[in-house]
Design a protein around this ligand. Structure first.
Ligand SMILES: [Mn+2]
Length: 360
């Protein structure tokens, strides 16, 4: 029985562009705490091996505190920790991976070609990105010899991809003869997959960084049984989740509706509240104020539609009628965000016309 903790795409020191500068600083500090959670999980569960499949760092601009925290956390793990650098943190002479900061238990793959390392319980393979791109599959032509130990590979690759990030066809995985292929690059957890006799998975990113990375994030706890059967379970490690909540304002008091929508859920999360339904006009600053105490960070988007009765003057032979007919045509032709903007323009337009010189 072999227990592996498999993580990837930590993207430490990411800029967190959607947050304020202070919140972004706090998020970077929290990412460093994530390293301790990762080490704690390996310790508490008794991992035999920790595999980190690339993009641990967001770029070559790594803060000194981050490098220290990374080396210290990995050094606490009483098992081999193996790093396969990815496209964001590729190996090079000037990279953090070449610096003399790594504890003895940390092994870093430094070459594009597949390298082999014999460990007591497993034959380990891996390769590194040595530049921001890698046009060939890291598994091209690779086949693990059959042996009496499980064979495991760690690398950063793009399964089914066609781009420049190690595009890897599934046929390469099926032919590899590996017991488990620990991948990084795709930010959504793939769950356990299988091609031929080879199991593979992406754990996804360890901490969400935006509203395209929603929900629980963490590392995979992978178990290889004595019969080479593989199981995997996602261990949530993230400090905060990103969530998107829709709030229908139709026929409701907007402030109450917003409060009701946010009552459930975790106050530590980062939320995007999307207002939907019909509304005569949304006071965004006021609703933001209502929403703010319910989450660590909230943004509010107004996607509400104009109540149908506002269109009542559409048939009038007046400037208002002309305006509404023109806007109706434009809204019917628009979609998504543009539609929301046009609906808002109708509200502003009607208010202006009603207070102005519109004579029927
Ligand atoms: Mn990547």
């Amino acid at each position: 029985m072999l227990h592996i903790l498999h993580a990837a795409d930590l993207h430490l020191d990411a800029p967190f562009a959607a947050l304020t500068a202070e919140q972004a600083r706090q998020r970077r500090a929290e990412q460093r705490l994530l390293l301790d959670k990762l080490a704690d999980a390996a310790l508490e569960r008794g991992a035999d091996l920790v595999l980190l499949a690339g993009d641990l760092l967001d770029s070559s601009q790594t803060y000194r505190e981050t490098a220290q925290a990374l080396a210290a956390a990995l050094g606490r793990i009483p098992a081999p920790v193996v790093i396969a650098p990815g496209n964001h943190d590729f190996y090079g002479a000037g990279s953090l991976y070449a610096a003399p900061i790594w504890p003895k238990n940390v092994l870093i793959f430094r070459e594009g070609g597949v390298q082999r390392v014999e460990l007591p319980q497993v034959t380990l393979y891996g390769s590194a990105f040595t530049g921001p791109f890698r046009d060939a599959s890291p598994l091209a032509g690779f086949q693990a010899p059959t042996g009496d130990k499980p064979s495991v590979m760690v690398c950063h690759a793009d399964v089914d991809g066609t781009g420049r990030y190690g595009p890897t066809p599934r046929t390469d995985i099926a032919r590899s003869g590996l017991t488990y292929l620990a991948l990084g690059h795709i930010h959504a957890c793939s769950g356990l997959q299988r091609e031929g006799n080879t199991y593979w998975a992406y754990p996804g990113c360890t901490e969400g960084r935006g509203f395209d990375e929603l929900g629980d994030k963490g590392a995979l706890w992978v178990t290889i049984g004595d019969d080479d059967a593989v199981t995997a379970e996602l261990l949530p490690l993230c400090r905060r989740r990103y969530e998107r909540i829709e709030c229908d304002l139709t026929g409701k008091d907007p402030r109450q509706a917003v409060a009701d929508a946010l009552t459930r859920g975790d106050r530590e999360d980062v939320c995007r509240l999307v207002l939907t339904g019909e509304s005569e006009g949304v006071d965004l600053p006021a609703l933001l104020q209502t929403a703010a105490p319910y989450r660590w960070a909230v943004t509010v988007r107004d996607h509400t539609r104009i109540p149908q009765d506002l269109w009542g003057r559409e048939a009038e032979d007046s400037l208002t009628g002309l305006f509404l007919r023109d806007m109706r045509r434009r809204i019917d032709a628009a979609d998504g965000e543009e539609r929301a903007i046009l609906e808002k323009a109708v509200r502003f337009g009607l208010t202006a016309l009603e207070n102005g010189e519109d004579t029927p």
